[in-house]
Design a protein around this ligand. Structure first.
Ligand code: ADP
Ligand code: GLC
Length: 483
């Protein structure tokens, strides 16, 4: 099974969130499941620097509209995954992250940047590909590659089947119809079954309408996105495509997220050496300038600071949380209001609240290891990786029962504990008082060491590997050819 994976980010080199983690780890697991995977990704500065010896493969001439000519370079990751680096300096050789300028606004030519990525993906999957290697399956991720299944169906013909994975329906790649010409699309594409979406054009809608199979990153989210509340306008289309839509839970990368081997930690540990976890708490308190208290729990947050993650609800109960008593450590960036709210909280409680605004991979690992309770009260969460990192690290997650959080976290009850299932705390309502109530309940339980450790052991015993999910993707690819 030959698979062309196409993505706008890939960990550890280019990552703004969970999509990067998935694109970094899933191809490795797919290789182990017997697939021949190549990953097409723009040659951003970080990838140019990481693979200075990448070899030139081919030049891709102009493909219509304003889509510029480009080049493909080949490289191989240390795990043996083949990368196809899409080189087009005018679109990708920039500072900032893949989507935003350093000042924080979207690059205005994002339709063109990801239109080119989509068009090249479709070309490489088609009869007109300049490469000898032809994929059986084109696997696309999120809106940035949403036009690829569409281009493949209507502009670049070939035998390859397409799969479109939704990592987050909130990001749809919706633009004005003015960009159609730039993308080499015309009037024949401008209708309900084409790229038109509520009067504009949508990358994601085109992919969801025309990919052969759709997946999303948890079974619960697969159901939720077919409802008006979570469907973000796409629910009708997703209901119509329900027979082709499946939820496959993400895994986590065992090479990067294992407390026994994690290079970022002060003291590696496993479920038989839980006492060593305490050393990581002390080291984190020191690193973050927190008082070295061992008489109260430490809550941790690592997140994009956005409405999705429900962290405005936590900011609203900051005072109550500290008075439990508890300490709080936050690493994140996003909305300026939320960044300011957390900075103010840290200023009010020196030694009890520590806040780092920014993106810091090492610190993210140290918070996962050093905190006692991980706060992730998302309003919606397609899958969520941080609650799985927390579970693997014995840092009990406090979550809302939505999407992948509902599929991975089992609320504490005596019964669920004794059945070996309970592994965290679940707060039903998305309001500050309910979250504070659940936090108080969890903080109280922290003093009951035998119960706490039983919960930690349940959490750490879970299977969060990519092995099962990779097999499910493989089965899905094969189902495309069995009819
Ligand atoms: P999402 O993709 O919606 O942001 P996930 O839980 O799936 O949420 O994945 C988030 C990923 O990004 C995790 O690997 C997390 O550790 C990482 N992350 C988020 N914010 C930061 C940050 N400020 N610094 C370092 N890593 C971060
Ligand atoms: C998205 C979602 C997150 C998911 C990640 C990887 O960013 O918000 O829930 O874990 O993609 O699939």
């Amino acid at each position: 099974m030959k698979v062309l994976f196409t993505t706008s980010e890939i960990a550890p080199w280019v990552k703004t969130g969970g999509l990067g983690d998935v694109a970094g780890a899933l191809p490795v697991a797919l290789r182990q499941a017997g697939c021949d995977v190549r990953v097409l990704v723009p040659r951003y500065p970080a990838l140019r620097a990481a693979f200075p010896d990448a070899g030139h493969l081919v030049h891709l001439p102009w493909m219509g509209g304003h889509l510029p000519g480009a080049d493909l370079y080949a490289a191989q990751t240390p795990e043996g995954v083949s990368l196809l680096l899409l080189d087009c300096p005018m679109l990708f050789e920039r500072p900032g992250n893949p989507y935003l300028a350093p000042e924080g606004h979207d690059w205005l030519d994002n339709p063109l940047r990801f239109g080119l990525l989509s068009r090249v993906a479709a070309r490489l999957a088609s009869h007109a590909s300049p490469l000898d290697w032809r994929p059986d399956v084109l696997h696309c991720h999120d809106w940035q590659t949403g036009l690829a299944p569409y281009y493949l169906r209507f502009y670049e013909h070939g035998a390859a089947k397409s799969v479109m994975t939704i990592h987050n329906l909130a990001f749809q790649g919706d633009f004005s119809s003015d960009v159609m010409g730039q993308l080499a699309l015309g009037e024949s594409d401008w209708h309900m079954d084409g790229v038109e979406y509520y009067g504009g054009m949508s990358f994601l809608k085109a992919g969801l309408r025309h990919a052969d199979k759709l997946t999303t990153v948890s079974p619960s989210y697969a159901r939720e996105i077919q409802t008006k509340v979570e469907g973000m306008g796409m629910q009708g289309l997703l209901q119509a495509r329900a027979p082709d839509l499946v939820g496959i839970l993400n895994g986590i990368d065992p090479a990067a997220w294992n407390p026994a081997t994690d290079v970022h930690l002060a003291a590696p540990y496993d479920r038989d050496h839980l006492a060593d976890k305490q050393l990581n708490k002390q080291a984190l308190q020191r690193e973050m300038g927190l008082a070295e208290r061992s008489d109260c729990p430490l809550f941790g947050i690592v997140s994009r600071l956005t409405y999705q993650k429900g962290l405005d609800l936590v900011a609203a109960i900051g005072d109550g949380l500290i008075q439990l008593p508890a300490q709080l450590v936050v690493l994140g960036s996003g909305s300026h209001e939320l960044e300011a709210a957390y900075r103010q909280l840290a200023a009010r409680y020196p030694g009890q609240v520590a806040v780092t605004i920014g993106f810091n991979e090492g610190l993210a690992h140290r918070i996962e290891a050093g905190a006692d309770i991980f706060l992730m009260p998302s309003r919606f969460e397609p899958c969520g990786l941080n609650q799985m990192y927390s579970l693997a690290y014995g840092t009990l997650p406090l979550v809302r029962p939505t999407g992948g959080l509902a599929d991975t976290v089992v609320n504490y009850s005596e019964l669920a504990l004794h059945e070996g299932r309970a592994n965290g705390f679940v707060c039903n309502a998305a309001n500050p008082q309910s979250i504070l109530g659940t936090a108080a309940w969890a903080a109280g339980m922290w003093y009951d060491k035998p119960r706490w450790q039983a919960l930690q052991r349940n959490a750490m015993a879970g299977d969060y590997s990519w092995t099962g999910p990779a097999q499910r993707y493989r089965d899905l690819y094969e189902s495309l050819f069995s009819a």
